[in-house]
Write a protein that binds this ligand. Sequence first.
Ligand code: 1CP
Length: 354
Amino acid sequence: HAGRPARLRPMEAVSDSPLLRAARGESVSRTPVWFMRQAGRSLPEYLALREGVAMLDACMDPALVTEITLQPVRRYGVDAAIFFSDIVLPLKAVGVDLDIKPGVGPVVASPVRTLADVAAIPDLDPSHVPFITEAVRTLVGELGSTPLIGFAGAPFTVASYLVEGGPSKDQARTKAMMFGAPEVWDALMRKIAGISAAYLEVQVAAGASAVQLFDSWAGALTPTDYATHVMPHSAAVLERAGRLGVPRIHFGVGTSNLLTLMGEAGADVVGVDWRTPLADAIERVGDRAVQGNLDPALVFAPTEVMLQRAAEVIEAGRYARGHIFNLGHGVIPSTDPDQLARLTDFVHTYEPRG
Ligand code: 1CP
């Protein structure tokens, strides 16, 4: 289905779209589906646009952001667009010296270590990100009844880049600050929570109709440490987002042990990675919707195998308050787009057994 036009249904309001209905726990005509990291990474039309353009420059160019965000919606007919940006973009916008290095990820020039380092980071104000407002407004006009999901990084995951100075496997320095310098940690988490909440507010004010808080690396924590040192700050972001009246999705990787807490932090929808069976996740999050959770590597398996496992995910999702189909983490860069097109069509046309 490459190149087919976005399915714009002007008669259908965004608020009645399958994604937003599922997020609110309402009945749906079909299971909504989108893919984390659907924008960027794997599409040839994306790679062509990005040629010679640095990641952060792309994020600050409203025309590029609009086009890249729309590409997967056109190609797959997914039920949501995810805003093309990055969790470190708001830090860049307030003046933190950082870059996104190809093949590496975010790299921070002067890692944060002291209270003075934290105090030197300005709070985010909408005037720091006029290009975000412009891109969101244009996108919402183009998307018609397809919702745009805005996003931000959760305080722990963003802190891990600021403290480590770049991607880290063990988050050792981040945890050293969390355990050993609670004053600095608290100040840093409050600072990031304020920036992330303000960044979500800008996106919703411009027309985003759902938000996702990415706490990708929260799975590195024990439930007690998460509850004590991290959850209150994520809850502060989700509380501010809740005042915007849009559904809040809360996602992390390796968070089997944390799913109950991540729901209680103030999520309407809890994102589930592929390691936790969806039925177990549903039990843990109680009366909330779930999002997930096909293993992104299954897209590399034979189509029938992928679709069989997708059917199992859809069947499990029927017992949730609401279910948004997704992968358990981002699209792997070498993914074949045709497999994602088949997967999207399968989810859309799936007929429940019995
Ligand atoms: O669909 C999309 O791609 C939407 C845009 C998007 C999102 C939602 C990007 C573009 N990044 C993110 C979020 C993000 N960024 C997360 C949370 C989601 C997740 O867990 O997948 C995280 C942890 C980051 C940090 C980041 N940015 C990494 C991970 C590095 C690590 O620590 O292992 C990387 C590689 C990036 C760069 C990046 N962000 C986005 C793109 C398309 C890229 C590749 C950049 C390039 O082309 O150089």
